[in-house]
Design a protein around this ligand. Structure first.
Ligand SMILES: [Ca+2]
Ligand SMILES: [Ca+2]
Length: 240
């Protein structure tokens, strides 16, 4: 009886030590996977046109700032979210965020898994990228809704918790991702608008909107991010 209690106690001490060495002063590495879970021609426009949904290259931002990329119900900050949302180009946003206050790292993901060139993720395709973070740091993501004028998928402005009580989070975080309107270009019907990503004559083409960043809540399937995207985070096992 005594021996059994003793062995349990020793086991408990060892596992606490293991957690402390993994998450104490060393950053944890996470794999972030963003998967397009839609099917080809899954959507039908009001004129009967069937269309497929793709998502653009984007950013993964590790931060302590409470609103590193945008503020809901405020105008876009002019730091590159417009090009991300209208043209699927995260380059300017990534560059300007890198020098931002409370930003720990900015990673651009643009290479679909198994592809040989950068591009959007079409139905069934995925991006994977690696980030490192310490307890207290959060994750924000941006990627364009490819059949829109200026819509992007992202978490709430404060980002997603990567640690809870110092322990690395793991699993599906899709329910924490939303569809946002950047408020920079007037919306046309998704999937058929002439000034939208796949059909516009060039980048930054379309009627300026002068609106605010706000959630798209039109009741459509693509507005419910978790019905079109699967986003997962997987922490690497702590080094022993
Ligand atoms: Ca808009
Ligand atoms: Ca446009």
């Amino acid at each position: 009886m005594f021996t059994k209690v003793l062995s349990v106690t020793i086991g408990a001490i060892l596992s606490v030590a293991g957690v402390a060495s993994g998450n104490g002063d060393k950053p944890t590495e996470f794999t972030v996977r963003v998967e397009n879970i839609t099917k080809p021609d899954a959507f039908t426009a009001s004129n009967g046109t069937k269309w497929s949904l793709a998502f653009s290259p984007g950013t993964a931002v590790v931060h302590t700032n409470k609103a590193p990329i945008f503020t809901s119900e405020k105008k876009d900050r002019g730091l590159g979210l417009e090009a991300q949302s209208e043209d699927g180009d995260p380059g300017m946003l990534a560059k300007s965020l890198k020098s931002g206050k409370g930003i720990k790292s900015v990673t651009v993901f643009n290479m679909p898994v198994g592809a040989s060139a950068p591009g959007p993720i079409t139905p069934g395709a995925a991006y994977e990228t690696t980030i490192t973070a310490m307890p207290g740091e959060r994750l924000s993501l941006t990627l364009m809704m490819g059949q829109s004028n200026d819509w992007f998928y992202a978490p709430a402005e404060s980002g997603i918790e990567l640690f809870h009580n110092g322990k690395a989070m793991s699993g599906d975080i899709s329910a924490q991702v939303y569809l946002w309107d950047a408020g920079t270009e007037v919306d046309q019907e998704a999937g058929i608008g002439s000034d939208q990503g796949p059909r516009q004559k060039g980048p930054n083409t379309g009627k300026a909107e002068s609106g605010v960043v706000r959630k798209v809540q039109d009741g459509k399937a693509y507005s419910n991010a978790s019905s079109v995207l699967r986003v997962t985070i997987t922490p690497a096992m702590p080094a022993m």
